[in-house]
Design a protein around this ligand. Structure first.
Ligand SMILES: [Zn+2]
Length: 259
């Protein structure tokens, strides 16, 4: 973990395990961290607090509540880190985090749409709602790019080369062939834009992440690119005269303790 310089105040941004220092307003830092001298390890992660004896378990309390409400086992809870509770992976926060993602993306998407030049041929084909590949494929704009048969064949060729994630192994074992088809056609990019004049298709992906760690932009961009690698590759193989690209939008969600 590392620390960076706050662009506006000159104060140090807090990262896990780093010393919190607020040169601009030490008293404010004292209040935020609850420490007597305004200088403290401001790591709010549960594992750290557990080591300090402030918490009994590092397991996420929000996940625990969600599982208890469903009558499920609370074994194997994810660690309660800042990143976890701000992700859709947190069972107690998933609905809220997903709603925040959709809300912000909708605003960005509408802004891009509104900023189009009057003569622009760019068409946002998923402007109204998020669509999966199966839905996108049925749109008339995509029907003019390549045949369904070609895309099915190329998608299958590429999907079988992409490893099956551990948490999806059970589903894969039930029916390997349909697993790959479902994985491809169920892919859900946040948006797509087509320029038929230039023959360019842009697959759009929006990521919202904690910006606690330096390098979060690269991490989330790599994640987004991996997510739609199959779509881009299959489309390129099925329609070689067209150009396909992925454009990622990554926004940071600041940590609670900041200055
Ligand atoms: Zn959780």
């Amino acid at each position: 973990m590392g620390s960076g310089l706050h662009a506006e105040t000159g104060c140090r941004r807090v990262y896990a395990g780093e010393v919190f220092e607020c040169q601009k307003n030490p008293m404010e830092a004292k209040e935020m961290t609850g420490d007597g001298d305004g200088r403290k390890y401001a790591n709010s992660q549960a594992s750290f607090l557990t080591k300090m004896g402030k918490m009994q378990s590092a397991g996420c309390r929000l996940c625990r509540i969600a599982r208890e409400a469903r009558g499920e086992s609370t074994d194997g809870l994810a660690a309660e880190t800042h990143g976890h509770i701000n992700s859709a992976g947190c069972e107690g926060m998933a609905t809220t985090v997903t709603s925040a993602h959709h809300f912000i993306w909708r605003h960005l998407y509408d802004s891009m749409h509104a900023a189009k030049k009057p003569k622009s041929k760019l068409k946002f084909v998923t402007h109204d709602k998020e669509s999966n590949m199966s839905t996108l494929r049925r749109r008339e704009e995509f029907l003019r790019i390549c045949s369904k048969e070609e895309l099915v064949e190329k998608a299958q060729d590429i999907e079988v080369t992409i490893p099956v994630k551990k948490r999806k192994e059970a589903r894969y074992n039930l029916n390997p062939e349909s697993f790959f088809q479902n994985r491809f056609w169920g892919s859900r990019p946040d948006g797509a834009a087509i320029n038929e004049n230039l023959q360019i298709v842009s697959i759009l992906e929006f990521k919202r992440s904690t910006d606690r760690d330096e390098g979060f932009l690269e991490v989330k961009e790599a994640e987004a690119n991996g997510q739609h690698k199959s779509i881009i590759s299959a489309l390129k193989a099925a329609a070689p005269k067209w150009e396909f690209e992925q454009i990622d939008f990554v926004v940071g969600n600041p940590p609670r303790i900041t200055c």
